[in-house]
Each structure stands twice: as C-alpha cells, then as structure tokens.
Design a protein around this ligand. Structure first.
Ligand code: NAD
Length: 245
C-alpha cells in the first residue's frame, strides 16, 4: 500500500510508534525512525534487520526548527522523498492541578504540541515541492473528553485536533492531507505494566471488551497514509473500541 513512499515516524522506537514503523515497512515504504536518543533509535533499528536497506534513524530535538529541517532533508537525500509524516512522539501526565508546575506544563506542551508544529512545517516544505503528502498526528480519546487529572495532557491533544483541522485546510491547496488518529487505551509498555485485574477492569468498560493493541492503531495510520484515504483530510479518527474515559 505504500510502495515507493518514504515515511518519517516520530517516537518510532517503541510502543505505537514502533508498530507504525513496522506496518509501514511491511507495506513497502522506506521509513525514518525518529527518536529522542541515538541509543534508543539504534536499539529499534536492530529489531528491523529484515528491512535494512529501507530504514534509517534520526534523532533531532523535535522542537528545534533547524535540527528537524536538517534531519528531514537527510531523509529526502537518502530515500529521494518525504511523503508521509507520522507525528507520534508524546508523553503523558497524571499530575493533579494542585501539584502541576509550569515546567511540567511547558514540557508536555513542547513534546506533544510544539514538536507537531515544527515537524509538520519541515515536512510540508518538502512535500509541497514534491506535489503532496500525508501528515498524521496523534491525538487521544482524552482529546475529546478531557481527563480527571494531568490537565496538560488532554490540553495538548485538544490542540493537536485544532492544528490538524487547520493545517488540513491550509495545506489542501498543496495536496498535503492532514489527519489525526485518536487512540483509546492501548497496550504499550505503560499499560502492559499495569496489574492484570486493572487491565480487566479497564477492558470491561470498553464496549469492544478489550484494550487496543499497538497494531490496531498502526492500521489506522496505514489507512490515512495510503491512497485509500486520498479524499480524506481534516479528520480525527477514533480507534478506541467506542471507549469513553
Ligand atoms: P511510549 O511511551 O511507549 O512511546 C512514546 C514515544 O515517544 C517513544 O518512542 C519516545 O521515545 C518518544 N518520545 C518521548 N519524548 C520524546 C522527545 N522529547 N523527543 C522524541 N521522542 C520522544 O508511548 P505510546 O503509548 O506508544 O504513545 C505514543 C503516542 O500515542 C503518544 O503521542 C501518546 O500520547 C499517544 N496515545 C497513547 C495511548 C496509549 O494508551 N498508549 C492512548 C492515546 C494516545
């Protein structure tokens, strides 16, 4: 589905991001895994030996416009284009309002929101020259409902939805589609570390009766990146088993 396309996946070293990287590689794309540290990127690449010629690593500071521009241009140089950007890197928080510091609020805004802006800008500049592309952002079900603690996290996801809808309208004239995926509770390291009875309690509250697997989310990223979604832009696609939080 992605033959002859090149994708950049931020936060591609583990969890949902790594599942997206795998899904894109399985579907014929060249992929740049963007991580926060060289070491974690190399660890991820070591698990992708089967795709050696089709995968590379980058580790720019995602909030640094120059560093991101250079890293993305290095991807274009290696694979010839940048067609897909999956803005997946993110951190979460459960801190109560009473304990929340400005530093913590700024950090989550930087990684979950500012980095999406910086990476989208760098990718869109390349995609515009190439005649189009697809940007897929990572929202969350709490970007619709909010959550009862850690207010910074849902605030970033509401903002990601706004950025997605605005950029979809702004970049449509350049044939760049911009969409978001809003995962529900997904079995990454964080959820896998929870006691089994807690996972069962969470699952019981989800109409489809289970938490999501990273591959459930990666499938939505595949659809939105592919030509099957050629007339789809500006949507926030919920992939959450109809969960409410
Ligand atoms: P994870 O912690 O397993 O992975 C997060 C990724 O982001 C890692 O690869 C990490 O290296 C990267 N990252 C974090 N800070 C970074 C930084 N400063 N620079 C570069 N990369 C950085 O988390 P996950 O569960 O796979 O989450 C991925 C995305 O999905 C996040 O945006 C998260 O908000 C969203 N999400 C997750 C769930 C869930 O239940 N797991 C639900 C809704 C939304």
């Amino acid at each position: 589905m992605l033959k002859n396309k090149t994708a950049i996946v931020t936060g591609g070293t583990r969890g949902i991001g790594f599942a997206i990287v795998r899904k894109y590689l399985e579907n014929g794309a060249n992929v740049a895994v963007a991580g926060s540290r060289q070491e974690s990127v190399e660890k991820a690449l070591a698990q992708l030996k089967d795709y050696e010629g089709n995968v590379m690593g980058i580790w720019p500071d995602l909030c640094d416009q120059e560093a991101v521009k250079e890293a993305f241009l290095s991807v274009k140089e290696r694979f010839g284009s940048v067609d897909i950007l999956a803005n997946n890197a993110g951190i979460s928080s459960r801190t109560s309002l009473y304990d929340y510091t400005v530093e913590e609020f700024t950090k989550i805004m930087d990684i979950n929101l500012k980095a999406v802006f910086v990476c989208s800008q760098a990718a869109a500049r390349i995609m515009k020259e190439e005649g189009g592309g697809a940007i897929i952002n990572t929202s969350s079900m709490v970007g619709e409902y909010g959550q009862p603690s850690g207010c910074g996290y849902p605030a970033t996801k509401f903002a990601v939805n706004g950025l997605t809808k605005s950029l979809a309208r702004e970049l449509a004239r350049d044939q760049i589609r911009v969409n978001a995926v809003a995962p529900g509770v997904t079995k990454t390291d964080m959820v896998a570390a929870l006691p089994q009875e807690m996972v069962e309690r969470i699952s019981a509250g989800i109409p489809l009766g289970r938490v999501g697997e990273p591959v459930d989310i990666a499938n939505a990223y595949l659809y939105l990146a592919s030509d099957l979604a050629s007339y789809v832009t500006g949507i926030v696609l919920r992939v959450d088993g109809a969960a409410m939080n």
